[in-house]
Design a protein around this ligand. Sequence first.
Ligand SMILES: NC(=[NH2+])NCCC[C@H](N)C(=O)O
Length: 402
Amino acid sequence: MTETTERTHRVTSEVGRLRTVLLHRPGAELKRLTPRNSDQLLFDAIPWVGRAQEEHDAFAEALRERGVEVLYVTELLQDALEYEETRDEAIAEIVADPRLGDQLGRVVEGYLRDQDPEHLAHTLIAGLAHEELKAGHGLVYRLMDRLDFIIDPLPGLLFTRDSSAWIGGRVAVASLAMPARRRESTLAGLIYAHHPRFSGVRPVYGPSLESVEGGDVLLLSPGVLAVGTGERTTPAGVERLARQVFEANLAHTVLAVPIAQERATMHLDTVCTMVDVDTVVMYPPVAHSLTAYTVTAANGDLAVSEPRPFLKAAADAMGLDHLKVIDTGLDPVTAEREQWDDGNNTLAVAPRLAVAYERNIETNAQLEAAGIEVIRISGSELGTGRGGPRCMSCPILRDPPA
Ligand SMILES: NC(=[NH2+])NCCC[C@H](N)C(=O)O
């Protein structure tokens, strides 16, 4: 890794001033959602796509106004697909899908090879419905339903946090647990491997390893990671990630944090995000019940502590007397409603400056009472995918935390 790369890609905390972020402006892939497929594609409602785009544009604009450079997945992917090698890899992965069989696989391969980078990027993200591919006449094609997908759309790409996470100057390309989202990390991997902006960057994790999703990974402070393990990141995923980051000298401590295996808490960042170097906002019912196993490197292996209260284990690893929790003091019903709507899923733009969904009125009021400046964005449509500002952003460059 050259020094130049480190100047354009480096993240060592959740809160250092945000300089560059990767977003995905939602598009045609959201138009594929129907009541028949939304569960499988991990959306809880059918978004109004035009409004979702307006909300997303306002989110991006709020970041730009604070001096953040916004990169878009679609643009980076199109650039990367200018290279033959990228196209070959992208197409090979699609064609390897055993659901296509060999005859339809060949037809799809020809179809994709004819597309220019812009169209190919569109197809890789929006997918391809049976009725759009006029060229298939073999058995698989004929047995499929007109509305089936030959290439699945990726509505979850909106949540760029999950498919990759920067740890220091290296990127962890995720290994996504849900089948509907797996190809998102292929696209992330293609961008980091082939886009000139990232030349010299070596991934520290990859999609073929045990499940780890970026929404579970919190950079509590330089060298200290908290990794949720539950519905998405598996115990084996945390263990593997710990080995990889220790080996690469990116961290000295990894806290493995079990979270409830349910949709409301699919990632650690649905219940806890950082708003200052020593402050988190947490879903009240878990604030004092979460536990953590402290994992450190020991003679080429891992040393694992007994589980301890998360806040205590985190403070110790971070070298703090204690980690402050914003006491949202909400009644249990409001707390549950606002947690579901990603009230705890804030994106810090700098210490004590965070983006949050405007709808979480009470959580935001408590954040402000604690001295955090809140940049409110609307997310009525964006939130139908169950993700907030942190989920929708993959920081690529942050200043060191103050
Ligand atoms: N980092 C996050 N909390 N991401 C939210 C992802 C939401 C997405 N619909 C999923 O279920 O996977």
